[in-house]
Design a protein around this ligand. Structure first.
Ligand SMILES: NC(=O)C1=CN([C@@H]2O[C@H](COP(=O)(O)OP(=O)(O)OC[C@H]3O[C@@H](n4cnc5c(N)ncnc54)[C@H](O)[C@@H]3O)[C@@H](O)[C@H]2O)C=CC1
Ligand SMILES: O=C(O)[C@@H]1CCC=N1
Length: 289
């Protein structure tokens, strides 16, 4: 890895929505010069040129350019869909040097499966970010393989801190991170959709309902962050005895809202493990124990 962090060469292997969320945040935070960042995908050169125009990064649209970028990168970001990952990692095998760091954002894919696919113990950071990285408010869990050295760990953490909060966890906890914050924005948007719809039914314009809902979610999250109080305490402060909020919460309880959310997060983590098992069986020919 280059001595100076802002000279590090990054290669985005996969250039879809998660890659762009990270790209946007990392270039805005000047983590490394855009001329040090190469982007590649399976076959959509227009998409790569669009990323070049927007962020100043370097497209690698041809097979030769891809191989060159993968060979020379300090850090390769694995950002393809889980179903495409085994084939893509196998293709990396003949190109890699032992000192290159692989940073994976792929749901379910374990460090061990990456090692199986490569046939060696390459340094790996397995992460689970979320799309709020686009605006610098991401929440990312990161775990490392034993071979990742101090400077690689520090750079990977800095990459995700450039786009929000980064928390180092043990690898078995990455599925929990997936359940809580990786997929988390979708649950919040789902709740917001319901709030907006109800607001419109009660007579607000769509625009007013959307703004009031968004500001409410932003304010509530900021209250948790800035006061340090638990959500439960903050909720009780909104809930006057026998008042309007109590009537609303009792209705949510009747529909088992908290239980539904709990089950959803457990199922999300379980689905990540299932997806990881599917990639593992493709890698080694049998599901993990
Ligand atoms: N979207 C989200 O909120 C989050 C996604 N993730 C993970 O990010 C990964 C990517 O997800 P999205 O960006 O939503 O997918 P996407 O479908 O938008 O992008 C995937 C990219 O990978 C490329 N690709 C596929 N096979 C390739 C190959 N062999 N060589 C080069 N490029 C290849 C595709 O061309 C495309 O550019 C997934 O593994 C997902 O689990 C993780 C956290 C959050
Ligand atoms: O839905 C998915 O599988 C990905 C992983 C976390 C968020 N989106």
């Amino acid at each position: 890895m280059n001595e100076t962090a802002n000279q590090a060469k990054l290669c985005f292997y996969g250039a879809g929505s998660m890659a762009e969320a990270l790209l946007r945040g990392m270039t805005a935070a000047n983590l490394t010069a855009p001329s040090n960042i190469t982007v590649m995908n399976r076959q959509n050169a227009d998409r790569l040129h669009e990323l070049q125009r927007t962020y100043g990064v370097v497209p690698a649209p041809t097979e030769a350019a891809k191989q060159d970028a993968l060979r020379t990168a300090d850090i390769i970001l694995l950002s393809m869909k889980p179903k495409d990952s085994a084939e893509a990692i196998r293709a990396l095998k003949p190109l890699l040097r032992p000192d290159q760091l692989l940073v994976s954002v792929i749901a379910g894919l374990s460090i061990d499966t990456i090692h199986q696919l490569l046939g060696n113990a390459q340094p790996v950071a397995r992460t689970m970010p979320n799309t709020s990285s686009t605006i610098g408010l991401g929440a990312t869990g990161i775990s490392f393989s034993d071979a990742a050295n101090e400077s690689q760990r520090a750079f990977a953490i800095a990459m995700f801190e450039a786009v929000g909060l980064a928390s180092v966890v043990e690898e078995p906890q990455i599925e929990a991170v997936n359940g809580v914050s990786g997929s988390g924005p979708a649950y919040v948007y789902y709740v917001m959709e319901a709030m907006i719809q109800a607001g419109v039914e009660l007579g607000l314009t769509e625009e007013a309902a959307k703004l009031l809902t968004a500001q409410t979610v932003k304010g509530a999250a900021e209250m948790v962050m800035s006061t340090g109080e638990n959500p439960g305490e903050l909720r009780r402060k909104v809930t006057s005895p026998n008042g309007t909020t109590q009537a609303a919460i009792e209705t949510l309880d009747r529909y088992a809202f908290q239980e539904a959310m709990n089950k959803a997060i457990h199922r999300c983590a379980e689905r990540a493990r299932e997806m990881g098992d599917a990639i593992r069986s493709e890698a080694v020919g049998s599901p993990s124990a």
